[in-house]
Design a protein around this ligand. Structure first.
Ligand code: ADP
Ligand code: ADP
Length: 227
C-alpha cells in the first residue's frame, strides 16, 4: 500500500438537475516523499480530488487512504497552496508563515516557531523580507511565502491547486526551481494540480492524466529526469 492510496474513487455532486458524476474510477498511488502531478482539462475533477484528499469531502465510492488511515474528516496535517494565496495583512510575512504552527503545535515556543519560519523563508529567497506585510511583496514573492506556510508544520501531504497559474512565465519557472530546491532540502509528499504539462513533467515524479466525463485515471507517466 502506498503512502497516499486513492482506490476506485467515484464521486457525483448533487445538483438540482440530478447527480453530476465527476470522478468515475480514480486510482492514484503516491509514495512517501513522492511528487505527484495531476493534469487534465478544466472541469474534469481536479479540485474535487484535492477536496477528497484533504478530507473536506468523502467519495461516494472507493477510499482515500493516507498513511494507512482512511481520510474521513478535514486534517490539520495537510498543507495547502492555491493560485491566490490568502495572507493576513495585519501580520508580517514571518507571522503569516508561522500560523500553521500556532494551530498544530501550540506547545512550541515562539522562538522555535520563528526559527523554523525564518529558515524556510531564507530557503525560498525571502531573507530580509520577514518583517514586510503581504501587500508589500510581489505576487511571486507572496507565492514563495505561501509555500513556506504550507510546509512549515511538516504536513503529511502538501496539496497545491494551480499554485503558479497567476504568475508570468519567468516568475513561474523560477518558482519551479524553488520547489525543487525545497524538496531537496526537506522531503515532502506532494499532489500538484496543474494545467501546465511542462510544469507537471518538470516537478512530478509521476504525472497522472485525467480525462473523460466523468473522469477516470487515463495515464500514469513515470518521470525520471536528472535533478
Ligand atoms: P477542475 O478542478 O478539474 O476544474 P472541479 O473538481 O472543480 O474540476 O469540478 C468538476 C466538475 O464538478 C465541474 O463540472 C464543476 O462545475 C462541478 N462541481 C464542482 N464543485 C461542485 C459542487 N460543489 N456542486 C456541484 N458541482 C460541482
Ligand atoms: P476550479 O476550476 O479552480 O476548480 P471552479 O470554478 O470549478 O474552480 O469552482 C469554484 C468553486 O465553485 C468550488 O468551490 C466548487 O465547489 C464550486 N462549484 C463549481 N461548480 C459548481 C456547480 N456547478 N455548482 C455548485 N458549486 C460549484
Amino acid at each position: 500500500q502506498k503512502f497516499i492510496d486513492i482506490r476506485g474513487v467515484k464521486h457525483a455532486y448533487k445538483t438540482k438537475n440530478g447527480p453530476l458524476p465527476v470522478l468515475d474510477g480514480l486510482d492514484v498511488g503516491v509514495g512517501e516523499g513522492e511528487f505527484c502531478a495531476v493534469v487534465g482539462p478544466s472541469g474534469c475533477g481536479k479540485s474535487t480530488l484535492t477536496r477528497l484528499v484533504s478530507g473536506l469531502m468523502r467519495p461516494d465510492e472507493g477510499a482515500v487512504v493516507l498513511d494507512g488511515q482512511e481520510v474521513s474528516s478535514p486534517r490539520k496535517t495537510v498543507g495547502m497552496a492555491f493560485q491566490n494565496p490568502v495572507m493576513l495583512e495585519w501580520r508580517t510575512i514571518l507571522e503569516n508563515v508561522m500560523l500553521p504552527l500556532e494551530i498544530v503545535a501550540p506547545g512550541m515556543g515562539r522562538a522555535e516557531k520563528e526559527a523554523r519560519a525564518t529558515h524556510l523563508l531564507e530557503m525560498v529567497g525571502l531573507k530580509g523580507f520577514e518583517k514586510k506585510r503581504p501587500s508589500e511583496l510581489s505576487g511571486g514573492m507572496r507565492q514563495r511565502a505561501s509555500l513556506c506556510r504550507a510546509i512549515v508544520h511538516k504536513p503529511q501531504v502538501l496539496i497545491m491547486d494551480e499554485p503558479f497559474g497567476a504568475l508570468d512565465n519567468f516568475t513561474r519557472e523560477d518558482l519551479w526551481q524553488t520547489m525543487r530546491d525545497l524538496r531537496a532540502a526537506e522531503p515532502f509528499t506532494c499532489i500538484l494540480i496543474t494545467h501546465d504539462l511542462r510544469e507537471s513533467v518538470f516537478l512530478g515524479d509521476q504525472v497522472i492524466v485525467l480525462s473523460g466525463r466523468p473522469a477516470r485515471t487515463q495515464y500514469v507517466l513515470d518521470v525520471d529526469l536528472p535533478a
